[in-house]
Design a protein around this ligand. Structure first.
Ligand SMILES: [Zn+2]
Ligand SMILES: [Zn+2]
Length: 257
């Protein structure tokens, strides 16, 4: 299993971080977790094979997590020759079908009826989907927006958990899928002195990691103010494992942990 943090930014425009998007490659499954603005172009700039993506899974419907989905659908039709013919699966919480229909109503056939098969699958708040190739995607509701879910990707004998956007949730920390996972990819939006209920801070990420005890903690989704505090120092007071403050294009072969 390989993780590439494609977009580690937020709603704040940044010269170095585009909106949320993370690529997980397991065998023949190439899964993009979230697809915010800038992700399509970042995939190109880091040399990722954007045509080969097999699944896109959305955590929630905030614009910084979904807006490049139409961009990618259009890219697969018009962005290279020959155009895409392979099917794509778009996965997300309940409401994803409505979101895709809304995009299709605005952008027309290249998004609504592209020339390759599109399957949209909604995942229950606590659901499991088989992605093929021995890869499963499991969901758990998280406190951010009503539809927000976290994901666990299982495959190749490895387990990666992505929080999406979330506030602190003891249930997430104690989620069976998260306990002892190989990588916990967690949002770390704000410094502790700007804490709000719907996002994590370094202290709350530390708490999450202290309970879940992942083999490695990878942090993403940094609003500018959190870049000015000692995130690593706060995390290491409670979590002894390796901590990565991810950047766009950072990649890890999870077999190598
Ligand atoms: Zn976000
Ligand atoms: Zn959000």
């Amino acid at each position: 299993m390989r993780l590439t943090t494609v977009g580690t930014g937020t709603a704040a425009p940044s010269s170095t971080r585009v909106n949320a998007g993370h690529l997980v490659d397991v065998g023949d499954v190439h899964l993009l977790l979230d697809c915010g603005s800038g992700v399509a172009h970042r995939l190109a700039s880091i040399g990722a094979d954007w045509m080969r993506i097999t699944h896109v899974a959305l955590t929630h419907f905030h614009a910084d997590h979904v807006l490049d989905l139409p961009t990618l659908l259009v890219a697969w039709r018009y962005g290279a020759l020959p155009p895409r013919s392979a099917p794509i699966e778009i996965i997300g919480p309940v409401g994803t079908i409505k979101l895709i229909e809304a995009f299709a109503a605005i952008f027309g056939d290249p998004v609504g009826r592209p020339d390759f098969p599109v399957e949209v699958r909604e995942l229950a708040p606590e659901g499991v989907l088989d992605l093929g190739g021995g890869v499963q995607l499991e969901s758990r509701p998280v406190p951010h927006t009503p539809e927000s879910i976290a994901y666990c990707v299982r495959g190749g004998g490895r387990r990666l958990v992505y929080t999406g956007d979330t506030g602190y949730d003891e249930g997430l920390a104690r989620w069976d899928a998260a306990r002892g996972c190989d990588v916990l990819l967690a949002e770390c939006s704000l410094p502790d002195d700007m804490a709000i209920a719907s996002h994590l801070t370094p202290s709350r990420c530390a708490q999450l990691a202290a309970v879940a005890e992942p083999a490695r903690l990878v942090l993403t989704h940094f609003y500018p103010p959190v870049e000015d505090v000692d995130v690593r120092g706060t995390i290491t007071t409670r979590y002894a494992g390796p901590v990565v403050l991810a950047s766009d294009g950072w990649t890890i072969d999870i077999e190598d942990i």
